[in-house]
Ligand binder design. Structure first.
Ligand code: HEC
Length: 131
């Protein structure tokens, strides 16, 4: 059969090429400017801006780290979020993004949550860099 040697060439080629790709993306991850907006954040961006004072369907996420939940002026929060008594930090944001309605029953944020812990951490790390 001719096919077998050809496959062998293909597999060898991939074995060389794929690690090269890996190295290239590792390098670009090191040199890329921080903060990086994680891909998952595209979901959030449908409802949230990261510009100060710019509210969309959801409140602006600028400066969210260290802020009391439901405290931005000019946004009509649900009574549930306003009275939740939460301050946004790595721990509370992680719980919020796991299951918003579980952390704050009655919240108006129609978002089921990010089940994957690593994806969630990417978003939380990014949120905490927003000024
Ligand atoms: C479908 C629209 C929608 C999506 C998608 C969404 N949100 Fe929200 N978000 C809202 C709304 C509406 C509120 C206000 C909730 C309330 O008043 O109870 C909110 C509130 C918040 C708050 C509290 C802000 C404050 O000032 O207290 C944070 C933090 C937040 N969202 C983060 C996120 C992140 C991160 C994502 C993506 C993983 C996301 N949201 C996805 C609509 C959305």
């Amino acid at each position: 059969m001719r096919l077998v040697p050809r496959l062998a060439v293909l597999v060898t080629g991939l074995a060389v090429f794929v690690p090269l790709l890996g190295t290239a993306s590792a390098l670009s991850a090191q040199t890329a400017p921080q903060p990086q907006r994680p891909a998952v954040f595209a979901q959030c961006a449908a409802c949230h801006s990261v510009q100060p004072g710019k509210h969309l369907f959801g409140p602006s996420l600028a400066g969210v780290g260290g802020r009391r939940a439901g405290s931005l002026p000019g946004y009509a929060y649900s009574p549930a979020l306003k009275s939740a008594g939460l301050t946004w930090n790595a721990a509370t944001l992680d719980r919020w993004l796991t299951a918003p309605k579980k952390l704050v029953p009655g919240t108006a944020m129609p978002f089921a949550g990010i089940p994957d812990r690593a994806r969630r951490k990417e978003v939380v790390d990014y949120l905490l860099t927003l000024k």
